[in-house]
Design a protein around this ligand. Sequence first.
Ligand code: GLN
Length: 188
Amino acid sequence: MARRIGVLALQGGFAPHKQALEELGLASSEVRTAAELAEVDGLVLPGGESTTQLRLLGRHGLDAALDAFVRSGRPVLCTCAGLILAAQKVSSPTQRSFGWLDVGVTRNAWGRQVDSFIARDDRERLQLVFIRAPRITEVGPQVEVLATYRGEPVLVRQGNTYGATFHPELTPDRSTHQAVFSGQGLPA
Ligand code: GLN
């Protein structure tokens, strides 16, 4: 079981993730440097603006350390913009990404009138908060789909790297964080 979980805190919604981890009794810390990353056993990549996050990762010299951390197999939860960084392929518009998850994502893909909305997944286990969310449009063979909305994947896993198009930190339900960092499956 992971002991201290880092939350990448360069930009975006990192504070509610820290809160969610603390509610689960997990120690957490904000990560802005490679030295801080070396102190943690798991990591959250929060939502926000993925282009800005990419630029800041480069500026803080974090690209290589972050890539090595995720590829080491430690548990990592990538939400929304974090998922866009993790994807193999990004469109609308295209941008650089790390490719930890063999998925294709389309940014801001739910249409202008419904930029942000709340729904339940198809099995009604999770409350889904979408904020200018990406859509997962392609899923590779090594990727497991853990939750769908209207038949489309919204929570996926490849090894210990998880990607969510929604914001599990913004609801009281902690089952997503728990599944990633406490090794418990999602409720049936
Ligand atoms: N639209 C954002 C992006 O493309 C992601 C939205 C979010 O993280 N809430 O980076």
